[in-house]
Design a protein around this ligand. Structure first.
Ligand SMILES: Cc1cc2nc3c(=O)[nH]c(=O)nc-3n(C[C@H](O)[C@H](O)[C@H](O)COP(=O)(O)OP(=O)(O)OC[C@H]3O[C@@H](n4cnc5c(N)ncnc54)[C@H](O)[C@@H]3O)c2cc1C
Length: 504
């Protein structure tokens, strides 16, 4: 564990009764809580909670205001279809949470979080009934890649071996690296486009498709510089940690963060939307787990015009069109290897995935979109009644798209799992507009808090990253480095900046 992170507390086999703890810490209205606060956080997503924990660990009195009735933002679970089925409303698979240097330092297991590790991190099926699995072993994975076996080991092996040295630098703002040589080696591979990287390293179509599927999590067209980084990072987390799912759903991760925050004395007020800066009680530091667009609305005229223009120029990425199903049985994959992984990438060939991501980026919807799917109930029986299953999937669409992708998504699933539609008991669609209604941070359905382009990767949303020109006001959402995903590193870094600037 690197020096910047406090060690996790001793883990205990006895998990806390999280429901009980929540009754104690959540306060429906805050009128009676007049004691002086050191810090206020707006938004109880993974980054807001992470920021709260860092500040509370430093002995500060912290209160988080959350607009929704439940905490968790993009890491929440609930009933979306039928009674007895628990669905992940946003995030489902958590390689970045288990790979997060900050989350790894927290006693989340003691606070009720249990990760389930499917045998493989990911399955990528093809039309010929085969599938490539991302397995823990680089060697075993490479053996599925035909003549690309050695090339795969050469590309991903060094990232896997140096992960503990480079992860803190990759998952944060630009700064002097702790391990400059390892980071430079990673950077030379990562700065390329995923398309160029796949074409130059691999000869087999299946390997190229597998790598493109990993990189497509960027939501950026795969011919853009820097998209190879996503393929490398997600591949490496699969080999280093696996791609786990929290038992009970993503909410369990948020609940564990909140339990630990409460242990440190933190307070959370749910059901309280902050409409403007004047709604925020006085404190030395206020951290916003929101994207630039909402900050602009909340700050109004108090924000200096130069900074306002920079925030207005911040670019959002494509949206997602998401679906959830309650199924009468497991997904009937043609490639039976797909039963080994919670995450399944449905896009078929390299060229198809490139085109799908290029279209979403360029403002077009694709007839055969690349789908990221998850089948949590195969590995977690708490998600659905016995014998029944939950299924979760999304594809990228243009930001704010109003096109109904239901048929196209189900066609793609049916392509790799004939008979899928016959199993559907109930389904629920979350269009970009519905996602944004559920969480204001999902602007136009963008799940990464802004486009993850090279220009916006390490200096987002502006060169100031977590700071603003307003004294004591900080941004801690995924609109800051290192960007989208449930890892809490944006909140961690923002809170450290706030401690330095507002409390020293
Ligand atoms: C459909 C979908 C699938 C995803 N899948 C994955 C996945 O599998 N793995 C993964 O790692 N990541 C995934 N993500 C991305 C991940 O959820 C986000 O990157 C992450 O949640 C960002 O955390 P955050 O704290 O910055 O913001 P959020 O999680 O968005 O939290 C922000 C919080 O602030 C609250 N808020 C906003 N405005 C206000 C206000 N004015 N007043 C008070 N509260 C406010 C919101 O209600 C919300 O609770 C997915 C996202 C979506 C939408």
């Amino acid at each position: 564990m690197s020096g910047g992170f406090p060690a996790a507390g001793r883990s205990s086999s006895e998990n806390r009764n999280t429901d009980f703890v929540f009754l104690c810490i959540f306060v429906a209205n805050d009128s009676d809580m007049s004691a002086t606060l050191d810090a206020v956080i707006v938004g109880a997503g993974p980054n807001g909670l992470a920021a709260g924990i860092v500040l509370a660990q430093a002995g500060k009195r912290v209160r988080i205001y959350e607009a929704n009735d439940e905490i968790g933002g993009g890491a929440r679970s609930g009933a979306l279809t039928l009674k007895g089925f628990t669905h992940d409303i946003c995030s489902a698979v958590h390689p970045l949470a288990v790979g997060s240097p900050f989350f790894r330092s927290l006693p989340l297991a003691r606070c009720g979080l249990e990760f389930i590790y499917p045998p493989a991190a990911l399955a990528h099926p093809f039309d010929d009934g085969t599938a490539v699995l991302l397995e823990r072993s680089v060697e075993t994975t490479s053996q599925q890649l035909g003549s690309d076996a050695a090339a795969y080991r050469r590309l991903i092996g060094p990232v896997v071996r140096s992960w503990s040295d480079i992860s803190e630098d990759i998952l944060g703002p630009l700064k002097l690296p702790r391990h400059p040589i390892a980071l430079a080696r990673f950077g030379m591979r990562a700065i390329r486009s995923a398309e160029a990287s796949a074409r130059s390293h691999f000869k087999e179509q299946k390997t190229r498709a597998f790598f493109a599927g990993l990189a497509a999590h960027s939501s950026v067209s795969l011919d853009h510089f820097g998209t190879a980084a996503f393929g490398l990072v997600l591949g490496a987390t699969g080999h280093c940690f696996g791609w786990p799912i929290p038992r009970g759903g993503a909410q369990a991760l948020s609940n564990a963060l909140a339990v630990y925050f409460a242990e440190l004395g933190g307070e959370i007020v749910t059901g309280k939307r902050i409409e403007s800066m004047s709604d925020v009680p006085p404190a030395r530091a206020t951290l916003f787990d929101v994207t630039p667009r909402q900050l602009l609305t909340m700050a109004g005229d108090s924000i200096p015009s130069g900074f306002k223009r920079k925030l207005q120029r911040f670019k959002y990425g494509p949206g997602v069109f998401k679906m959830d199903w309650a199924l009468s049985g497991p997904v009937p994959w043609q490639a039976s290897a797909c039963k080994q992984a919670a995450t399944v990438h449905l896009g078929g060939s390299f060229e198809e995935i490139l085109e799908s991501e290029r279209d979403a980026w360029a403002g077009r919807t694709n007839a055969r979109p690349f789908i990221i799917a998850c089948q949590p109930s195969l590995f977690d029986s708490s998600r659905a009644p016995a014998g029944r299953h939950t299924f979760w999937a999304y594809c990228h669409v243009p930001n704010g798209s109003t096109t109904d992708m239901t048929t196209r998504i189900e066609d793609q699933i049916e392509r790799f799992a004939p008979g899928f539609r016959k199993l559907v008991l109930e389904k629920r669609v979350l269009s970009p507009a519905l996602l944004e209604k559920h969480n204001a941070n999902l602007v136009g359905g963008d799940i990464n808090g802004g486009a993850a382009t090279l220009a916006q990767m390490f200096t987002r949303p502006t060169l100031r990253t977590y700071s603003t020109p307003l004294p004591g006001v900080y941004i801690c959402s995924s609109s800051t480095p290192p960007g989208g995903g449930v890892h809490g590193m944006c909140g961690y870094h923002a809170a450290r900046v706030a401690l330095r600037k507002s409390f020293e």
